[in-house]
Each structure stands twice: as structure tokens, then as C-alpha cells.
Design a protein around this ligand. Structure first.
Ligand SMILES: [Zn+2]
Length: 324
């Protein structure tokens, strides 16, 4: 299960802060466990970690999705929805889609108010649109998230790795603001007008679209006589021969959540402008996914509590500390 790990598995945050008042406050707080998932666009929450959120919500954990942008510059990826009136109202329609997905998963959700940067294409790449999320200075881009962290007081934060999971400028910026918020939210000297300091205890990166999972899905589909769409994805590409392997993040944490895969798919389908119901998301039957790869997977990037990896619970090392 282990892959190349470019960083130590667990990078402790600033210990003096943790051993000070902030951690005492975090760990002594009454109330349920809290999980925050930080995403770039509406629909990202349904394609990365959705079954995990559905599971924790149903176990009594409070879950908040923070969506940095409104997805204003997204394309319409479902032919049935590619109509002029949809395109003209895309921001509003994407908000309505998000509201449906939020209800299906049972999570809380909030938009943090930035404008989608779009996926720049061409060589050389065009400059980012003026005023978009990815063009903001880090402190400006991180401010609403720091505020959300101090208000919601999550014990665990989920976000993208430093490549953004895939290199969309909004995803990379989402990674940067999440790390910034994780590190700065407990510091009373930073973001002083953004609420009372709060120390989140763990920061994870989604490891969703990885080769071991696609290999397992491919093999089980072939074994059942089904045509697998994954062959190309898992094949060694001739153009990659001789290149250093792409940066991957060790899976430290596998959260069993197969029983919520159907909800995950419903939430994805709620994003009707972004998801083609006949497209690749839904090719592998759910029962085969549950058999071949019944978890959603994460890389523990920062932790201020002791925990042994591999884990099967995002709150490992935290449950015993937080009185509920
Ligand atoms: Zn996105």
C-alpha cells in the first residue's frame, strides 16, 4: 500500500502552540467531533471524500464543506445540460446543485466567496483572469478560511495535496490556503480580526484517484466479464518511460465507507451540469467497488496528536481526547 512518500508521514505543527492554551481548549471542548472538508469548486466535495463525509455525518460528527469558489468558470460537462439558458445562469445553477448535494450527504456547506480561476489552456498558458481566486495573495485567499476554522472549530481538516490533486490553479490555491489556515488559525498574532484562535488537530490530503484503486476496480470488472474503462489509466505510458515517477502521497488512512458509495453517486449526480450520468464515474457497479476497494483514502500530512498509521479513522488519536 505504500508509495513514494516525499514528506515525513506526520509533520508536527508548532508544538509550543499545541501545548499551550489552544490545544487544551480544543481537547476539552464539549460537543461532537467536527470535520471540515476544503474544496475549490461545487462538485469537488462529491467526487473526493463524499462517502467518508456521509459516514461521519451518520455517526454524529458535524461536517462542514467549505467551497472556495462558485465554479463560475466551469464548463458544462453533461451534454443534456449544455443549453444556452443553463450557461447563462451557471453560477446560480451550480449553487442549486450544491444545495442538493449538501442535502443528500447531510453536510453543512458554505461558499467562501471567491471567483473561479478557470482551467487555463494553451502554450504558453494565458494569465489568470483578474481578481480570480488563484490570483489572490495568500493572506487574502486564506482569510475567509481562517475565519471559518475559528468559527466551526474542526478537529480534522481535509484538503488537496500540493499538486492540487490535479493541477487546476484553484485546487493548488485550495491546498495553500488550507495549510495556511491549519498553521495560522491557532496563532493569536495572525489574522487578528478573524475570530478566536483554534488549533485543528489533523490535516489530511485526499488520495482518491490512485493506481492501486483503479487496478483493483479494473481487475474485478474483468473477472466479472465486464469491459473495464481503467486499462488505459493503469497502463505504463510510453511517454513516461525513463521519467522520474510522478509524485504520489503515501496512503496512511483508509476509511471504510463502501455502504455510502450510492449516496456519493447521488451527490455527484446532483451536480448535473458537471457530471454526465452516462459517463465514466458510474461505469463500475457499486457492489463491485464495495468488494474491490471499499474505502476512501487519505494521506496524513500534519498531526498534533499521536496516532499510529495505517489508520482506519480520521479521528484516531482524537476521540479519546475530545469529550462529547
Ligand atoms: Zn474543482
Amino acid at each position: 500500500m505504500s508509495a513514494v512518500s516525499p514528506e515525513p508521514d506526520v509533520m508536527p505543527a508548532d508544538r509550543p502552540v499545541v501545548n499551550g492554551t489552544e490545544l487544551t481548549t480544543a481537547c476539552g471542548a464539549d460537543g461532537p467531533l467536527r470535520l471540515m472538508a476544503v474544496h475549490a469548486h461545487p462538485d469537488d466535495e462529491s467526487s473526493k471524500g463524499a462517502a467518508t463525509m456521509a459516514k461521519y455525518v451518520r455517526e454524529g460528527v458535524e461536517v462542514l464543506v467549505c467551497t472556495l469558489t462558485g465554479g463560475e468558470r466551469g464548463d458544462i460537462l453533461n451534454k443534456a445540460m449544455d443549453r444556452p439558458e443553463v450557461l447563462a445562469n451557471l453560477p446560480q445553477i451550480r449553487r442549486e446543485e450544491m444545495a442538493k448535494a449538501r442535502e443528500i450527504l447531510g453536510v453543512q456547506q458554505r461558499f467562501l466567496g471567491f471567483v473561479d480561476s478557470g482551467l487555463p489552456e494553451g502554450d504558453p498558458l494565458p494569465p489568470l483572469p483578474e481578481g480570480c481566486f488563484a490570483a489572490q495573495p495568500l493572506e487574502v485567499a486564506a482569510r475567509p478560511l481562517v475565519q471559518a476554522v475559528r468559527e466551526f472549530r474542526p478537529h480534522v481538516i481535509l484538503t488537496y495535496d500540493d499538486n492540487g490533486g490535479y493541477p487546476h490553479p484553484d485546487h493548488i490555491m485550495t491546498h495553500r490556503v488550507s495549510v495556511e489556515a491549519f498553521e495560522a488559525a491557532a496563532d493569536p498574532d495572525r489574522y487578528q480580526d478573524c475570530g478566536e484562535p483554534w488549533q485543528p488537530l489533523k490535516l489530511y490530503y485526499f488520495v482518491t484517484f490512485h493506481r492501486a484503486r483503479f487496478t483493483a476496480l479494473h481487475e474485478i470488472m474483468v473477472a466479472h466479464g465486464l469491459e473495464s474503462p481503467y486499462a488505459e489509466r493503469i497502463a505504463d505510458k510510453p511517454e513516461d518511460a525513463g521519467k522520474p515517477p510522478r509524485k504520489t502521497f503515501e496512503i496512511t488512512t483508509l476509511v471504510p465507507c463502501g455502504e455510502h458509495f450510492a449516496l456519493r453517486d447521488q451527490a455527484l449526480l446532483a451536480h448535473a451540469t458537471q457530471v454526465d450520468p452516462n459517463g465514466g464515474w458510474f461505469t463500475c457497479p457499486i457492489n463491485l467497488q464495495q468488494e474491490a476497494w471499499p474505502t476512501e483514502d487519505y494521506h496524513l500530512a500534519r498531526s498534533v496528536v499521536d496516532t499510529d498509521t495505517p489508520e482506519d479513522d480520521l479521528f484516531a488519536g482524537i476521540r479519546e481526547k475530545v469529550r462529547c
